[in-house]
Design a protein around this ligand. Structure first.
Ligand code: SF4
Length: 449
C-alpha cells in the first residue's frame, strides 16, 4: 500500500480495541437479575434461536447459583460466551423482553449470560456434564466453528467418538479470528473450544480436508460426517482494478486485526469499504481504530435496506465512519497501488416481478474519491470445489441442501449446518444447527429420537 496511516502507540491501540461492552460487576448482575419478571411464557426464550431458558438462568444468578446458571445456558447453547458478546441481542432476546412494552430498558440478557459464563471459565470449568459411555460409533466433523463445536459437544456427551478437522492453526472458526477484538477476545472463543475438548473431542488443526487428507479417508474412518465449513470464498466486485495493491477482503483484514499485533497491520490513510453488512461495519470501525484518517462505506441501496443492524450502524457512525448510500463502485483506479475509487450514484428503478425496486445508475453521475485502500465486503461464498468431492452432495443457490429436520444432506452419510446451509447468519444459528444435526446423526446411527 502506498499511503499507510501513521502507526499509533500501544496505549492508543489498547484503548481503541478495548471492550465496548464492559462486564457487569457482581452487584450490578444481582440487581439486574432481580429486575427480571421470570415471565411464565418467556418471550425472550422464544426469540433466542437456541431457546435458552433465560428466566431460569437469570433466576439462578439472582440466588447466587452461578454454576447452575451456566449449566442451564450450556444445556441449550455450547457457544454461549460468544453469543453473549456478539449476538444482536437487541433484535433477539432483549428485543423480545416484556420491559420493551413498558417502555423501560429490557433486561440485559447478554451481559447476564456473559456474567454466568465468565465466572464458569474463571473457576476452571468445573465439570457440569458427564459423557455417556462410548457407544462404538465415530463421527468426523469438518470445521471447528460454532456449528462444528456444538455438534461435537452434543455427540461426545452421547458417547460418540468425535474428531474435528480444522484447516486453520487455531480452532474456533470465525469466533476465533473473525470477530472484532472490542466485541470479544480470541481467548473467549478458545475457552469454548476447551470446554468441548473436555468432553473427549479430538481436534486436528492445520488439516484441510480435500487437500491435506482426502474426503474418502473421512468416510472410511467415521460412521458419519458433519460439514460445518461456513463460507470462506470471498465474492468479487467484478470491476476493473480489483487486483491492485491495497484491495483486500474484509474477512482477511479482520483476521489480521484479530491475530496479529495491531502495529503490524497496515491500513490506508483513506479507506473505502464496499458493502454495508455487519462484516463491512466491523472492517470499517477496525480500520478507523487502527488509525485511518477517513473511512467511508459505499452501499448501492439506501440506509433502509442496509443489512447491518442499527446497533452496528451507530457504532460506525460514532467512530466517524461516513456512509455513501445509493452509490456503486465502477472502477478502482491506480497504476500498481490503489489511488482512487470511481463511483456512480444510484436510484431505485421500477419494481421487478417480485415487487422489489432494483437500484440503477443515475446517468452522468460518476465521481471519484481519492482512497489508498479498498476493503471488499460483498459476501462470502461456499467452497464448491471442495464440496464437489463428496458424491451425491447437492448445492442450491450457494447452499448445501439438507433435510430441515435431520440436517442430513443428499449424501446420507453427510450432515451439514451453519453458514454453509443458511448462506450466512448469526453464531447462535450455527450453534443451534450443530446441536440439531447431532440429533440427526444419532437418529441415523443408533435410531434414537
Ligand atoms: Fe425476564 Fe424479560 Fe425474559 Fe420476562 S421477557 S423472563 S422480564 S428477560
Amino acid at each position: 500500500m502506498k499511503n499507510v496511516a501513521p502507526k499509533l502507540n500501544q496505549k492508543e491501540y489498547e484503548k481503541n480495541f478495548s471492550e465496548i461492552q464492559p462486564p457487569l460487576s457482581h452487584n450490578a448482575a444481582i440487581a439486574e437479575a432481580n429486575r427480571c419478571l421470570y415471565c411464565f411464557d418467556s418471550p425472550c426464550m422464544k426469540a433466542c434461536p437456541t431457546h435458552i431458558d433465560i428466566a431460569t438462568f437469570i433466576k439462578k444468578i439472582a440466588t447466587g447459583n452461578l454454576l447452575g446458571s451456566a449449566k442451564t445456558i450450556f444445556e441449550s447453547n455450547w457457544i454461549a460466551l460468544t453469543c453473549a458478546k456478539a449476538c444482536p441481542v437487541d433484535v433477539l432476546c432483549e428485543g423480545a423482553c416484556v420491559y420493551n412494552e413498558k417502555e423501560e430498558p429490557p433486561i440485559q440478557i447478554g451481559r447476564l449470560q456473559r456474567y454466568a459464563i465468565d465466572r464458569y471459565f474463571e473457576r476452571g470449568m468445573p465439570p457440569l456434564f458427564t459423557p455417556a459411555p462410548k457407544n462404538g460409533k465415530s463421527v468426523g466433523i469438518i470445521g471447528s466453528g460454532p456449528a462444528g463445536l456444538a455438534c461435537a459437544a452434543e455427540l461426545a456427551l452421547m458417547g460418540y467418538d468425535v474428531t474435528i478437522y480444522e484447516a486453520m492453526k487455531k480452532p474456533g472458526g470465525l469466533d476465533t479470528w473473525g470477530i472484532a477484538p472490542y466485541k470479544m477476545t480470541q481467548q473467549d472463543s478458545l475457552n469454548e473450544v476447551k470446554l468441548v475438548e473436555s468432553f473427549g473431542v479430538k481436534i486436528k488443526t492445520g488439516v484441510r480436508v480435500g487437500e491435506d487428507i482426502p474426503i474418502k479417508s473421512l468416510s472410511e474412518n467415521h460412521d458419519a460426517v458433519f460439514i460445518g465449513v461456513g463460507l470462506r470464498k470471498p465474492s468479487w466486485l467484478n470491476i476493473p482494478g480489483e487486483d491492485l495493491t491495497g484491495v483486500v477482503d474484509a474477512l482477511d483484514f479482520i483476521e489480521r486485526v484479530t491475530t496479529r499485533k495491531w502495529r503490524s497491520v497496515d491500513v490506508g490513510r483513506r479507506v473505502a469499504v464496499i458493502g454495508a453488512g455487519n462484516t463491512a461495519i466491523d472492517a470499517a470501525t477496525e480500520a478507523k481504530r487502527l488509525g485511518a484518517e477517513e473511512v467511508i462505506i459505499i452501499y448501492r441501496r439506501s440506509r433502509k435496506e442496509m443489512p447491518a443492524y442499527d446497533y452496528e450502524y451507530y457504532l460506525a457512525q460514532n467512530d466517524g465512519v461516513r456512509f455513501y448510500f445509493q452509490t456503486s463502485p465502477k472502477r478502482i483506479i491506480g497504476k500498481k497501488h490503489v489511488e482512487a475509487l470511481e463511483c456512480v450514484r444510484m436510484k431505485l428503478g421500477k419494481p421487478d416481478a417480485e415487487g422489489r425496486r432494483k437500484p440503477e445508475p443515475v446517468p452522468k453521475s460518476g465521481f471519484k474519491i481519492p482512497v489508498d485502500m479498498v476493503i471488499k465486503s460483498v459476501g462470502q461464498n461456499i467452497e464448491e470445489t471442495f464440496l464437489a468431492q463428496i458424491s451425491g452432495l447437492k448445492i442450491k443457490n450457494g447452499r448445501v441442501l439438507v433435510n430441515e429436520e435431520t440436517y442430513q444432506t443428499t449424501n446420507p452419510m453427510f450432515f451439514a449446518g451453519g453458514d454453509c446451509i443458511n448462506g450466512g447468519k448469526e453464531v447462535v444459528n450455527a450453534a443451534y444447527d450443530g446441536k440439531r444435526a447431532a440429533y440427526g446423526i444419532d437418529r441415523l446411527l443408533l435410531g434414537s429420537g
